[in-house]
Ligand binder design. Structure first.
Ligand code: ZN
Ligand code: ZN
Length: 144
């Protein structure tokens, strides 16, 4: 039986059940946040200590602070190109908002500047033009 690894829970799922399984993860909760986000498999995530890594951001338009889940931080520290939409969930607005409108409470740095900086440090993860075009079609965000 052939299986595919789920990008959410990282279990091996039989191909015949794969799309139904993934749909379940992608169902929106009542607050507009997905049940789960795509992350890197645990063994591929960054093992860097999060002590000096910012983890709480404020959406400057509404002033609400939201915590970034650790497994997401460890995933984008490893691959800063994993989340190409350049938007993040705001618990105040209950929807995805542009990184550009958010600031880390710990450092005051803009989330988009932060993301761009991480990406500059790891150019080897920059996806090819085709992936970036696809991301643009789906999210309206052009990743340089
Ligand atoms: Zn799964
Ligand atoms: Zn907000």
């Amino acid at each position: 039986m052939s299986t595919e690894r789920c990008p959410y829970c990282h279990d091996d799922i039989p191909n015949s059940e794969f799309s139904a399984h993934v749909r379940e993860h992608e169902q929106l909760r009542e607050d507009g946040q997905q049940n789960d986000y795509v992350t890197l498999p645990p063994e591929e995530r960054s093992t860097q200590s999060l002590t000096d890594v910012p983890q709480v951001y404020v959406h400057t338009k509404c002033g609400t602070a939201t915590g970034m889940p650790e497994e997401i931080i460890q995933s984008y520290l490893q691959n800063p190109y994993l989340y190409l939409a350049d938007s993040t969930h705001c618990t105040g607005c209950e929807r995805q908002v542009p990184n550009r409108e958010c600031e880390w409470t710990e450092t005051g740095e803009n989330l988009q500047d932060y993301t761009d900086r991480l990406r500059r440090e790891k150019p080897e993860f920059r996806p090819g033009i085709f992936t970036r075009l696809l991301a643009f079609v789906f999210t309206g965000n052009w990743v340089k």
